[in-house]
Design a binder for this molecule. Structure first.
Ligand code: FAD
Length: 450
């Protein structure tokens, strides 16, 4: 029996922990957020209650495994509560990083830091009530641009068009580099916003790009058979607020108004060029200025360099020897030393940012965990600090940790609160309230139902 540390308790970390624990090892999980679940808790659309509930139950079962310990409210990394070197001093047999993709891809555009310009990840964290994003300013205006044409862009449109309690948006526009045939969202996700599609504006947009689309051999009359099945249905007046599309253009410059908030978005018009089986966007020298007071960019995320693993561009560096080693992509590699960092692995979105749904993250994590198990067979057992020793050392720094019992107590308080308010679920949107609820529940007298 050896002790493995798993950093990050999203789906990847939890499924990896389960596989390692079931093989007879001990697992200590360190998680930035108080609650486990990662994007399953704080990314998946808030009204997908059944999916979220099902995942929460699976995660609770994993945490209930006796070989698994949990320290929530503890970000790990350089400049975070627990430095990577301090973590290594606890002497685990192996370290698995499943921290997701917490870095933001910079757009590199003039005006990018104007008010009202947000990354999709931060905006999604905001409406899913992840502290501290839940209490930050993510105000939206009347004319919102969402840059990107995948499921995350549609989730955000869903929020703005249907569920946003502030109902600020009058018009939401999906701004895409390529054309209507390159839409990447699922039909099921689009159904949530379909009633808001401004069909007249959409037809006009198709007329505008028809020539460019035809130039790469795409037949615009076939759109209803591919990416926009809604076009096969009779057009009806759009529900307000409305959804529009602006195809074949890339953000070039954000122009703020006097208040510092985005007022205009300058875009470069693109054409399509064939690229293998698909197409690529190619910039022209033509630009257009569009009016927007909010812009959310949903172009995928990057790994967080502050974690402290060897890093290049948008990701952690892994073993380049993929030709002869099937697991190379899971092994962290130090280019300065020219070798693999012993016993250090990445799985899930930490390994490949924004790659796939929960099922994909699970598959990836379990494959990576399989490799960790093989590694454990080859190494001798180090003297790893016990969870109690780890907790004592960290709490000495004044950091308040949340353990498995704390998560259970918080779950009870939130379930009771949901029942009281007649909601399908309830969650606290700031860490202090969560910590206070746990502390209060811990000292509450045991009721007859317990
Ligand atoms: C907007 C959106 C909607 C989605 N909707 C769906 C959907 O409907 N269905 C579906 O199947 N999939 C959906 N997905 C995809 C799914 O959420 C991912 O596949 C999955 O969550 C990736 O798992 P992960 O564990 O790799 O990363 P994450 O879920 O991001 O988990 C990372 C974990 O690491 C922790 N962490 C981060 N940094 C640190 C640190 N420095 N130290 C310690 N801990 C750290 C975080 O607290 C978090 O718990 C959606 C994704 C997004 C962005």
């Amino acid at each position: 029996m050896k002790v493995v540390f798993v950093v990050g308790a999203g789906p990847a970390g939890l499924y990896a922990a389960q596989k390692i624990a079931r093989a007879g090892h001990e697992v200590v999980i360190f998680n930035r957020d108080i609650k486990p679940g990662g994007l399953a808790e704080y990314g998946i659309y808030p009204t997908k209650e059944k999916m979220k509930g099902g995942l929460r139950k699976q995660f609770a079962k994993i945490l209930a495994l006796p070989q698994v310990s949990y320290f929530g409210h503890l970000p790990v990394g350089e400049g975070y509560a627990l430095h990577l070197n301090e973590l290594r001093e606890f002497n685990p047999a192996a370290l698995v990083f499943s921290v997701g993709a917490q870095g933001t891809k910079e757009l590199g555009l003039p005006g990018e830091h104007s008010k009202g310009v947000y990354s999709a990840k931060d905006f999604v964290f905001f409406y899913n009530q992840l502290p501290p994003f839940s209490s930050q300013d993510f105000s939206t205006g009347k004319r919102v641009a969402i840059v990107g044409m995948g499921n995350v862009a549609i989730d955000i449109a869903h929020w703005l068009l249907v569920d946003d309690p502030h109902h600020s948006a009058e018009e939401v526009t999906i701004v895409a580099r390529r054309g209507p045939f390159e839409a990447k969202f699922d039909e099921k996700e689009f159904d949530y916003v379909a009633a808001h599609l401004d069909r007249r504006a959409f037809d006009e947009e198709l007329r505008r790009v028809k020539e460019k689309v035809t130039a790469v051999g795409q037949d615009i009359t076939k759109l209803s058979e591919t990416t926009f099945p809604i076009l096969a249905k009779p057009a009806v007046d759009a529900k307000k607020p409305v959804l529009k599309f602006r195809f074949m253009c890339s953000a070039k410059e954000i122009i703020p108004g006097p208040s510092g908030r985005i007022e205009k978005l300058v875009v470069t018009e693109n054409i399509l060029v064939p690229k293998g089986e698909t197409t690529a966007a190619k910039a022209t020298d033509q630009t257009t200025t569009l009016d927007f007071d909010t812009m959310i960019f949903a172009i995928g995320d990057a790994a967080d360099p502050k974690v402290g693993l060897p890093f290049s561009k948008d990701s952690y560096i892994t073993n380049p020897d993929v030709a002869t080693n099937e697991y190379a992509a899971y092994e962290v590699f130090d280019p300065a030393a020219g070798k693999v960092v012993p016993g250090t692995f990445v799985v899930g979105w930490a390994r490949k940012a924004s790659e796939g749904l929960v099922g994909v993250a699970r598959f990836d994590a379990e494959k990576g965990a399989g490799h960790v198990l093989e590694y454990l067979e080859r190494v001798s057992e180090p003297k790893t600090a016990t969870p109690a020793e780890i907790a004592r050392r960290i709490e000495r720094t004044g950091r308040q940790l949340v353990d498995k019992a704390g998560i259970d107590l918080l779950g009870r308080v939130e379930a009771a609160e949901a029942q009281k308010r007649g909601l399908p679920s309830f969650k606290f949107a700031d860490d202090e309230k969560m910590l206070a609820a746990i502390a209060q529940e811990r000292t509450a007298p045991v009721s007859a139902d317990d």
